[in-house]
Design a protein around this ligand. Structure first.
Ligand code: ATP
Ligand code: MG
Length: 268
C-alpha cells in the first residue's frame, strides 16, 4: 500500500501528494527521575520513494524516532502522521492494523521465531493484514525470492548465517508491500561485506519503489543514502541531500576488491 499517487521524475526523485511520514514538533519524554527528553521538537517529513539515513551518536534519539514513526510508541506532544493518518487519533487496534498494512520493521537483532520455518517467519508478519494463510505464504515466498532466499523456505532461522537471517528480516519487512520500511542499524551485527550486501538489497528495494528510513551510526552507510538527517540530543541538527553516493558496485568493489557479494550466484 502506498500513500497517494507517486510519480517518479527523470531524476529518480519521487513526488507524492501526501508524505508517507510526517512528524511535527514531536517531543518524547520517558518518565523517571529525572525524566529523559529523548526527542525535542522534532519535525521531519518523508515522501514516498525516499531513501533516508538517520545519523547521530548513541542516545541521540534515533530509535525513539523510529518507534514513534512506526507507531510502536506514542509521542508526548506533537503530531505523527503515517500515510496521512494522525496516530494519536487511532485506537491500539487501529494502530496494529496500520502497522500491519503500512509499516515494515528491520531491527539490528533479527527477532525471528526460531521454531518456525523461514517461510512462516515472513508469512506471519502479515497475520493482521486480513489475508488467508495460503495467500500469506505465497506473498512470503515471493518476498524471500526477492532477497534471494527462495531456496531456504523450509529452513529454520538457526540454520542460517547472520546475513541470511537479516535478509529474512528484510523479506518480512517488505512482504506486505508497506508504504514505509524502518530499519534500525540493519547492518550493525554483520561483517562489512554482508552489511554492504544488505545495503545493496535495501537500495534495490528502494529503486523498486519502497520508501526506506535507515538508522545508522555509520557515515559510510549514510553515504549511500540520498538524504541524511542528523540527530544530537533529541534534536534534528541537519537534514540535507547526501553527496552523490558511488554506485553499489563501486562501493562493494572498494570494500572488497576480490570477494563477490555473499550471495552472488546463489539460486533464487
Ligand atoms: N524505554 C526507555 N525508557 C527510558 N529512557 C529511554 C528509553 N528508551 C530510550 N531511552 C533514553 O532516551 C534517549 C534516546 O534513546 P534512543 O534509544 O532513542 O537513542 P539512539 O540514538 O537510538 O541510541 P543508540 O545509537 O545507542 O541506539 C537515551 O537517553 C535513552 O537512554
Ligand atoms: Mg538505537
Amino acid at each position: 500500500m502506498s500513500a497517494g499517487t507517486v510519480t517518479v521524475s527523470a531524476a529518480g526523485l519521487a513526488e507524492s501528494a501526501s508524505p508517507v511520514l510526517e512528524l511535527t514538533e514531536v517531543t518524547k519524554v520517558y518518565p523517571g527521575t529525572p525524566p529523559v527528553h529523548a526527542l525535542r521538537d522534532v519535525s521531519v517529513r518523508v515522501q514516498a520513494g525516499e531513501l533516508v539515513a538517520i545519523l547521530g551518536p548513541s542516545g541521540s534519539g534515533k530509535t525513539t524516532l523510529l518507534h514513534l514513526a512506526g507507531t510502536l510508541d506514542r509521542a508526548t506532544s506533537g503530531q505523527v502522521l503515517v500515510t496521512g493518518l494522525d496516530v494519536a487519533r487511532l485506537s491500539d487496534r487501529q494502530l496494529a492494523g496500520l502497522r500491519a498494512s503500512s509499516v515494515g520493521f528491520v531491527f539490528q537483532q533479527f527477532f525471528l521465531a526460531e521454531h518456525e520455518t523461514v517461510l512462516d517467519n515472513v508469512a506471519d508478519a502479515m497475520l493482521y493484514a486480513g489475508v488467508s494463510q495460503a495467500t500469506r505464504r505465497a506473498i512470503a515466498a515471493e518476498a524471500l525470492a526477492r532477497v534471494r532466499l527462495g531456496h531456504k523456505l523450509t529452513a529454520r532461522p538457526t540454520q542460517l548465517s547472520g546475513g541470511e537471517r537479516q535478509r529474512v528480516a528484510i523479506a518480512r519487512a517488505v512482504a506486505g508491500s508497506p508504504a514505509i520500511v524502518l530499519a534500525d542499524e540493519p547492518t550493525g551485527n554483520l561483517d562489512q561485506h554482508t552489511g554492504a550486501a544488505i545495503l545493496d538489497l535495501l537500495e534495490e528495494l528502494n529503486r523498486l519503489g519502497t520508501t526506506i528510513v535507515v538508522v545508522t551510526h555509520d557515515q559510510a552507510v549514510a553515504g549511500r543514502m540520498r538524504r541524511e538527517v542528523r540527530m544530537l540530543d533529541g534534536r534534528i541538527v541537519s537534514d540535507a541531500a547526501s553527496q552523490p553516493a558511488p554506485s553499489a558496485a563501486a562501493a562493494a568493489a572498494a570494500a572488497s576488491p576480490v570477494a563477490p557479494h555473499p550471495w552472488d550466484g546463489e539460486p533464487r
